[in-house]
Design a protein around this ligand. Structure first.
Ligand code: HIS
Length: 371
């Protein structure tokens, strides 16, 4: 077969300068997360399928990129999300560490399918998980770390979209009963803002939830005025407290029925958007980790998606490239590298400075190249 250099759909090469920007951004974000006390763990790119499926609610094997491991003859899956791996680590190898357990991570993930908004299947994910609590204080801490990490990466103009992922389940189990088989269909109609779809499902009472979406304060006021508001009170109080904590740092909205992408989150979910960046730059929320003894452990965390930042040109630095003519003192060139310069050495006496060099090494020091 002649090789064409083609790559499979949804997979791409990062070339200079984006490849370097990507690793620089990942490094900055992970350092920011670590400085908040989240110790880094580095799980593998693939693991046994059942470990990835069993740990968090509603993860489905058919959504995973799977393969048979010729060595163990078992089904492996590439991780589509590092959060599930941290769930495994927290529930097994770090089960006996004191709580709250704060862990950070970053690396590539592989999705089975690309989305319309994001045609890539391999994405760089970095994030933090706080295991042992899903309180308002824990959620505020985690959201604060996410914002700080994005700011360190150069992101500005943040919007936080808050959502209540398990709201329909809570209402269906209380004041707005639904037949058991209908919950998912109602969730889907609400997620699609399909008001007309609610009637045939016998779920008209859910309509005000679609209408409540909007800027945080207005949405909260509308939700608090609903006849079943008492069931929502603790969730709304939590969201309000979070809103107060971040009012100056980001624009805040609340869409109580937004569910897409929040398959395993519980009372709180959030998506992060930023000016000039395509799609979401991060997402997170509260959830539960299934432990081997059948117990559930509360947790809250976030994942940032760094590709939109790289695509927008963040993480690139001004070039400081010094051409090192043939026969120059290697010690002088090494000293420049130590001082943060990039050196490009001539291979022969005839080599001229390659395009892109900003300086030339002369008498042991960098001189600017004209033009
Ligand atoms: N890993 C989730 C976000 C998340 C992290 N922790 C809890 N939720 C995602 O990428 O959608």
């Amino acid at each position: 077969m002649t090789s064409t250099g083609l790559l499979p759909e949804g997979l791409r090469d990062r070339l200079p300068p984006q490849a370097e920007a990507a690793s620089r951004l990942l490094h900055r974000v992970i350092v920011a997360i670590g400085r908040n006390g989240y110790a880094r763990v580095a799980p593998p790119i693939a693991e046994y399928e059942d470990e990835l499926v069993g740990r968090l609610k509603r993860t489905r094997a058919r959504d995973l990129f799977r393969l048979i491991d010729p060595v163990s003859q078992r089904t492996l899956a590439f991780r589509p999300d590092i959060t599930a791996q941290l769930g495994r680590i927290a529930a097994t190898r770090m089960a006996h560490r004191p709580r709250p357990l704060r862990l950070g991570y970053g690396g590539p993930v592989l999705k089975l399918r690309a989305s319309q908004l994001r045609p890539q299947r391999e994405l760089i994910q970095a994030g933090a998980e706080l295991i042992g609590s899903d309180s308002v204080a824990a959620a505020s801490e985690v959201l604060g770390v996410a914002i700080e990490a994005l700011e360190v990466a150069g992101v500005t103009g943040l919007t936080i979209d808050l959502t209540l992922p398990d709201l329909v389940e809570a209402l269906a189990a209380g004041p707005l009963p639904l037949p058991p088989g209908r919950i998912e269909a109602v969730q889907a109609a609400l997620d699609a803002k399909d008001a007309g779809g609610l009637g045939p499902l016998g779920a008209e009472a859910y309509l005000p939830l679609i209408e409540a979406a909007g800027p945080l304060e207005a949405a909260l006021a509308r939700l608090r005025a609903l006849p079943f508001a008492d069931v929502l009170a603790s969730r709304l109080d939590g969201v309000e407290a979070i809103g107060r904590a971040f009012a100056g740092r980001a624009a805040l909205t609340l869409d109580p029925t937004e569910r897409h992408g929040f398959e395993y989150q519980s009372w709180l979910g959030f998506s992060l958007f930023a000016e000039g960046l395509a799609g979401e730059v991060g997402r997170g929320g509260t959830y539960a980790i299934h432990r081997a003894d059948g117990q559930e452990e509360p947790a809250v965390g976030f994942s940032l998606y760094l590709d939109p930042l790289v695509d927008a040109g963040l993480g690139q630095e001004a070039r400081r490239h010094v051409f090192v003519p043939h026969g120059s003192d290697p010690v002088a060139a090494a000293a420049l590298r130590t001082a943060g310069w990039t050196t490009l050495a001539a291979l022969s006496p005839d080599d001229a400075a390659p395009k892109g060099c900003t300086h030339i090494l002369r008498d042991g020091a960098p001189f600017p190249i004209e033009g």
